[in-house]
Design a protein around this ligand. Structure first.
Ligand code: PLP
Length: 425
């Protein structure tokens, strides 16, 4: 399989190049040349997501240096449960929050870490992964790469703009993970990461790469849990499920669209966004007009310019095609609060603010055979959730283990020479 940029400059690259580069030189995002058709009947009997993953992703890895290692990579990346748990007779919840940082991003980050640590074979210098984060991504990437030999992680996050629990997930690693608290906002962190990735002085001593959420190596593995959950639902209930996906940058929803396009038993996909209006306005008006980011309770979905929509447009052959195929619901903070409050009594569930958007869309949709995608554990957002439900949310063991580790962090200004000096000592 070869990969091309969404802004197709004619160039085709290998899987290895797409993973290591992250973003294409023309500024586009890497997509597979074709989505291989899969027959769901051939997955019968593969009950573990790891096995589903090896089969589903094999065509993407065929001919690459990682082909033989794919089953092992799937075992390493999916080393926590991804249960499909019943909500009622006509709905279920896909719980993606049992990993080390209690959100779905653990899956993609762990998979990419397993791939990159195998691709980097130079013993003379480290592979340095630079990640700018507004909170969640950095923690998942740090957890995924921690302890991987030959790899070093540089996390850049904005001082005073992440929650206390998020900060602990960014700073409690040590070893091959270095956390930098940057005196600036998230945009300043992103600019600093970009400058570092392009810096000749750093490049002389290190192989540099990024691990942000547009990397194909994070996206491909996300198709696995959709395939596994859809197969399980279809085989046990003999019906095609629709997925309701809490959406920010549209990566997770895109993975679900890819799984459906490959032939997995999925009826339809509905996007649930927070108050950020870009996607719902586009579907209403047909005009793609990214807008400034609005802050909401579902912080990891606070995106005004969802970058993976570029891949969605590519998949459906343009704006009109995407508009025909997608449905989305916009959920404001008041409605998020209402869903969280209702959760324990109506569903015996504690929703986190992101999953609450899916619960709201589900209520509006009505009907049967919906799978609500639970993207984070409520204990990550206890400050929002606990006052609304009047009870404390138990912290899951994997998250508790991280919160107990001592923190180490370095403060730097948002300047390349400061970061360079800290790295090249
Ligand atoms: C990142 C994130 C999202 C949004 O996912 P996208 O792939 O950016 O659409 C939703 N919920 C949680 C908890 C997240 O961390």
């Amino acid at each position: 399989m070869r990969y091309l940029s969404t802004r197709d400059s004619g160039e085709r690259v290998s899987l290895e190049e797409a993973f290591l580069r992250g973003i294409a030189p023309d500024g586009g995002l890497y997509v597979p040349e074709a989505l291989p058709a899969q027959d769901p009947g051939e997955f019968v009997g593969l009950t573990r997501p790891q096995r589903v993953g090896s089969k589903l992703l094999h065509p993407f890895f065929e001919g690459s240096s990682l082909e033989a290692a794919l089953p092992e990579i799937c075992e390493e990346a999916l080393d926590f449960p991804l249960p499909l748990s019943p909500l009622n007779a006509g709905a279920a919840v896909l719980e993606l929050f049992h990993g080390p940082t209690a959100a779905f991003k653990d899956v993609g980050a762990r998979f990419l870490a397993s791939c990159l640590s195998r691709l980097h074979t130079r013993a003379d210098r480290p592979l340095t992964v630079i990640v700018a984060t507004s909170g969640d991504t950095g923690g998942a990437v740090a957890a995924a790469f921690h302890g991987k030999p030959g790899v070093e992680v540089v996390v850049l996050y904005p001082a005073g703009m992440v929650s206390p629990r998020q900060e602990e997930q960014l700073t409690s690693w040590g070893g091959n993970v270095r956390a930098f608290r940057v005196g600036g906002d998230f945009d300043a962190c992103q600019r600093l990461a970009k400058a570092a990735l392009a810096d000749p002085a750093l490049r002389e001593h290190r192989t540099l790469t990024s691990a942000n959420s547009i990397n194909l190596g994070r996206l491909l593995p996300q198709t696995i849990y959709y395939a596994a959950a859809a197969l399980e639902y279809w085989l046990s209930r003999r019906k095609l499920p629709g997925f309701i996906v809490p959406t920010g940058n549209t990566g997770n929803a895109l993975a679900c669209l890819w799984a459906m396009e490959m032939g997995m038993p999925i009826r339809e996909i509905v996007l649930a966004t927070n108050a950020n209006p870009t996607v719902t306005e586009f579907l209403r008006s047909g005009r793609w007009e990214p807008s400034p980011t609005v802050s909401t309770l579902a912080t990891a979905m606070d995106v005004g310019n969802p970058s993976n929509m570029e891949r969605v447009f590519h998949l459906f052959g343009g704006h009109a095609g995407a508009r025909e195929r997608l449905r989305a619901f916009r959920v404001d903070d008041e409605e998020i609060r209402r869903q969280i409050r209702l959760g324990p009594e109506r569903w015996k569930r504690i929703w986190d603010p992101h999953t609450a958007t899916a619960a709201a869309a589900h209520e509006q949709l009505g009907g049967e055979d919906w799978i609500l995608v639970a993207t984070a554990h409520p204990a990550k957002f206890e400050g929002v959730v606990e006052p609304l439900i009047g009870q404390t949310v138990p912290v899951p063991p994997a998250l508790a283990a991280i919160l107990e580790r001592p923190a180490s962090v370095e403060d730097i200004p948002p300047a390349l020479d400061a970061l360079r000096a800290a790295l090249l000592v």
